[in-house]
Ligand binder design. Structure first.
Ligand code: FE
Length: 254
């Protein structure tokens, strides 16, 4: 069959139907009012966290726990990865055990729990999305990171922000200005246009039709042991020394 102009819309509806059906089968309440359609972005760079048993696994860090010092210390990581992230994984596994979502890919669990109308759905979304966000955050950092991206990513940044420096300024402003717990993101929309955004608590771009390229965790647990209340210092040093532009480029290309 030849592709037709309405196929993308059909695809979106089918995806929403799939997520809603999965949620219903898992016993999650769904809001009556439909959210805007979202597009599935398979983010190949995100590690597969589903084990053979079907349970989600806490991802291993792609570097030693002291490799990000002094911006992110081993002490911070001992709490952030080993306790906070682990708790999100364990809570998600406990919530889906015995339901239709058990053994499903993490992204499917996040999508099914999004739009939830009851406390059970909201709790599952918060935990599953935080697993996804932290998997993405650890890979958004590189002990040899920082500097400037190259190639297609740099060209896209210069096209959509004017310069790398203007993007970095905007990223710092949006992430630093986010009130309370949340995340700062560099994202691409469906047409590949880049922008920066922040999300609150566990919220994440993939349920808003955006492809995540890079993220910084601005919950206090991410920086308070090392920078106390100086969130702006953490963000600036993170961008200058840790930002993993190769990861961002692979997400843009994927
Ligand atoms: Fe965190």
């Amino acid at each position: 069959m030849e592709p037709t102009s309405n196929m993308p819309a059909l695809g979106r509806r089918q995806l929403m139907t799939g997520a809603a059906a999965l949620a219903a089968a898992a016993g999650l309440g769904q809001r009556a009012s439909a959210r805007p359609a979202f597009v599935r972005h398979t983010q190949e760079a995100v590690p597969a966290t589903t084990q053979a048993s079907g349970a989600l696994a806490l991802m291993d860090l792609p570097y030693e726990s002291n490799a990000l010092e002094p911006v992110v210390s081993a002490n911070t990581i001992s709490f952030h990865h080993d306790k906070h992230h682990r708790a999100y994984v364990n809570n998600t596994n406990a919530a889906v055990a015995g339901s239709a979502l058990e053994g499903k890919p993490l992204e499917d669990i996040v999508r099914a729990a999004f739009d939830g109308s009851d406390a059970k759905s909201r709790s599952l979304f918060n935990n599953a999305a935080q697993v996804w966000n932290h998997d993405f955050y650890w890979r958004s950092m590189d002990p040899d990171g920082g500097g400037k991206p190259e190639g297609d990513l740099l060209a896209a940044i210069e096209r959509d922000f004017g310069s790398f420096e203007l993007m970095a300024e905007s990223f710092a402003k949006v992430a630093g200005g986010h009130f309370a717990s949340g995340w700062g993101w560099l994202v691409a929309d469906e047409e590949g246009k880049l922008s920066v955004m922040s999300t609150g608590n566990a919220d994440l771009p993939l349920v808003h039709g955006k492809r995540a390229l890079l993220t910084i965790d601005v919950w206090e647990h991410a920086y308070y042991l090392d920078h106390q209340n100086r969130r702006a210092d953490y963000i600036r040093q993170w961008m200058e020394q840790l930002a993993n532009w190769r990861f961002a480029a692979s997400n843009l290309a994927g």
